[in-house]
Design a protein around this ligand. Structure first.
Ligand SMILES: C[S@@+](CC[C@H](N)C(=O)[O-])C[C@H]1O[C@@H](n2cnc3c(N)ncnc32)[C@H](O)[C@@H]1O
Length: 216
């Protein structure tokens, strides 16, 4: 874990080429204690977008829109991003940010609980070739069946916060009582990703632990 933290600090110290508005948004979010994608995660997302060149992206967990605007920088003009956020205040801030920085209107924000929104998107026959899952960790397992339906063949699913600050690796017997449910749900989600016959998944230590899955 110490080496991992050193590596993350090293990544943070690397020079980067983010546009100024993203650097400012990142600082603003950190100051306000809003959790956003970490540096290692940013690099993974940028890399995967370059590799996959998706045209239809779904994000679960917008917060104030930082990662959606980050993705916008690395996709084509024809690509679209749909992003879901349930907290009113964060969604309002995201809307404001999209108005300022998404000049071509490539991002659509859906306000609501992802559990309901994902069911609706599935019922309407939507498909995405890139999905970024970055919401409440304890709910990933509940989102999974719809996420799998929404992912097109050959599509990529990136899941963030797999490690739960390292707690995922702890035995369930050592996890404090209030965190047992989330720990158990995350373990379940990891097992599902690891064994699902329709997906091939790679688990990475990057950021707070990320999984990259491809639908066969
Ligand atoms: C880690 S933050 C997202 C950060 C954002 N992706 C970024 O990197 O800029 C997670 C967000 O997911 C939202 N969220 C959690 N559970 C959700 C749910 N069931 N439906 C919709 N949004 C949810 C939270 O309100 C929070 O703003």
């Amino acid at each position: 874990m110490v080496e991992h933290e050193r590596f993350e600090s090293f990544l943070e110290s690397l020079p980067e080429s983010l546009p100024k508005h993203l650097v400012d948004l990142e600082i603003e979010n950190i100051k306000e204690g809003i959790p956003i994608i970490r540096k290692g995660g940013e690099r993974l997302i940028r890399f995967m977008l370059e590799l996959k060149k998706p045209v239809n992206i779904l994000e679960v967990g917008t917060a104030t829109g930082f990662s959606a605007l980050l993705m916008l920088e690395y996709i084509g003009k024809e690509a679209k991003i749909t992003t879901i956020e349930r907290m009113e205040e964060r969604a309002a801030k995201a809307e404001e940010n999209f108005k300022k920085y998404d000049k071509r209107g490539q991002i659509t924000l859906i306000k609501g609980d992802a559990l309901d929104v994902l069911s609706e998107l599935t019922a309407n026959g939507n498909e995405y070739d890139f999905i970024f899952m970055d919401a409440a960790k304890g709910q990933y397992i509940n989102f999974f069946e719809n996420i799998k339906k929404l992912l097109s063949n050959g599509g990529i699913l990136v899941t963030d916060n797999m490690l739960q600050e390292g707690r995922l690796l702890d035995s369930r017997y050592t996890v404090v009582r209030r965190e047992r449910t989330i720990h158990q749900r995350m373990r379940e989600y990891v097992n599902v990703l690891a064994t699902d016959k329709e997906l091939e998944t790679m688990f990475l230590e990057t950021g707070d632990g990320m999984a990259v899955s491809v639908k066969k």
